[in-house]
Design a binder for this molecule. Structure first.
Ligand SMILES: Cc1cc2nc3c(=O)[nH]c(=O)nc-3n(C[C@H](O)[C@H](O)[C@H](O)COP(=O)(O)OP(=O)(O)OC[C@H]3O[C@@H](n4cnc5c(N)ncnc54)[C@H](O)[C@@H]3O)c2cc1C
Length: 377
């Protein structure tokens, strides 16, 4: 086969693609902006779904290694009222189809499965241009360039490859998450640890909520969700962590202290994450020699599916390239024809899940969703 497949971005999607290509004996190079695998905390738990992330790992030949990373008991789910009343408490009985792993460990598993030198660290793409005949040149912040006959943008929400295919840009969806961490919670924050329980906890009211997840080592990882303008968010001084936490906690005045402590007792500076999305159903006309996967292709509201979809895209694209070794366009067409409707449906589901979580009928709508009385598709 021709030149190595050039992948921009070593997130879960780009690495799954590189790995599946490797399994099929197809060389790939991954250019990653970060200077090293440990440059940024990959914090957070991911539940890996049996219809998306798990088949991707199977295609990557890593399902057994993945099983070794699963944190038992973390599929437990709770819904609490603002006063701390437990409204739903579903323990992890081991039968759920969504085992939880640490994102950083999953990424490392993929990295370790690639031939040495596959990932080029510190290679931040700044732009890409078409050279004709399906070839593209990518430029990097370090002054380097690469020319390739098969370019894949796996570079996330703010993809530098996407403009080759579409003018679409992510827009703010009107919701911001604010991220906080409490460490060693059973000892240091027992009331909050008890409120969160063994897995994930949501305490929503219409338009806002506190959601937390127990990670390994008793870490409580919280995403506070607020319906807010970007101007409102910009008015909070996040360089002053205590004042920022106090300002966010004000939005939950009168809530149970074990819930607001997830904000005010945060042991890292609170991080604002304004949520953006591409238009639902975003697609493009086939452009020879280039495609996108994961958030670069279909950034959507968080619904617990984005990383899973990125991995499935990577696996499916890898398989399509392997199935059409002498016909890149046939491979990219097959991949995109399946990916477009899959991600459009997932984006619609993500909007519905948001409505169940934070719409007018929450927490009842969320409880109905979690107990299977409401379904998104
Ligand atoms: C708050 C929040 C919570 C979430 N929770 C979940 C969850 O529980 N479960 C789930 O499945 N999904 C979740 N998601 C979604 C999930 O994180 C993303 O959908 C997923 O990470 C997308 O994977 P990706 O490989 O496409 O992109 P990314 O993970 O964003 O990876 C892109 C990679 O490209 C690199 N890169 C970026 N720009 C460049 C450049 N110019 N040049 C070179 N490299 C570049 C980045 O450094 C990164 O390594 C959540 C998202 C948010 C915002």
């Amino acid at each position: 086969m021709r030149t190595p497949v050039t992948i921009i971005g070593a997130g879960l999607g780009g690495l799954t693609l590189a790995r599946v290509l490797h399994v099929h004996g197809i060389p790939a190079t991954v250019h990653e902006a970060e200077p090293s695998p440990t440059a940024r905390s990959q914090g957070g738990m991911l539940d890996i779904h049996d219809d998306t992330g798990q088949p991707a790992l199977r295609a990557a030949g890593l399902i057994d290694e993945f099983r070794g990373l699963v944190l038992e008991g973390h599929q437990a789910t709770r819904v609490l009222g603002p006063d701390g009343t437990v409204l739903l408490d579903e323990p992890d009985d081991g039968t759920g189809g969504r085992p939880e792993v640490q994102r950083g460990e999953l990424r490392q598993l993929l990295l370790d499965s690639l031939p040495a030198g596959t990932v080029r660290w510190g290679r931040k793409a700044t732009g890409a241009r078409a050279l004709g005949d399906g070839r593209h040149e990518v430029t990097f912040a370090d002054g380097g360039t690469v020319v390739t006959s098969l370019l894949v943008g796996a570079d996330g929400a703010w993809s530098k490859v996407r403009p080759l295919l579409t003018d679409a840009v992510p827009e703010y969806v009107g919701t911001a998450f604010i991220e906080t961490y409490l460490f060693d919670s059973d000892i240091r924050h027992p009331a909050s640890a008890k409120a969160v329980g063994g897995g994930s906890m949501s305490a929503p009211v219409p338009g806002k909520g506190i959601q937390a997840h127990r990670e390994s080592g008793g870490t409580l990882h919280t995403y506070v969700a607020l319906t807010a303008s970007q101007e409102w968010l910009a008015g909070i001084d996040f360089t002053d962590p205590a004042a920022a936490a106090a300002r966010i906690a004000e939005e939950f005045d009168g809530w149970a202290p074990e819930l607001t402590a997830l904000i005010t007792d945060g042991e890292t500076a609170p991080v604002p994450r304004p949520l953006h999305a591409l238009p639902n159903g975003h697609r493009w006309d086939r452009v020879p020699g280039v495609t996108l996967l994961g958030d670069a292709a279909h950034l959507m509201r968080p619904s617990g599916e984005g990383a899973n979809l990125a991995m499935l895209d990577g696996a499916e694209l890898g398989r399509a390239i392997a199935a059409h070794p002498d016909d890149t366009e046939a491979a990219l067409t097959a991949y995109e024809q399946a990916m477009f409707p899959r991600s459009a449906e997932a984006a619609d589901d993500a909007d519905r899940i948001h409505e169940f979580c934070f719409g007018a009928d929450t927490p009842h709508s969320l409880i109905n969703l979690l107990t299977g009385h409401e379904q998104v598709h």
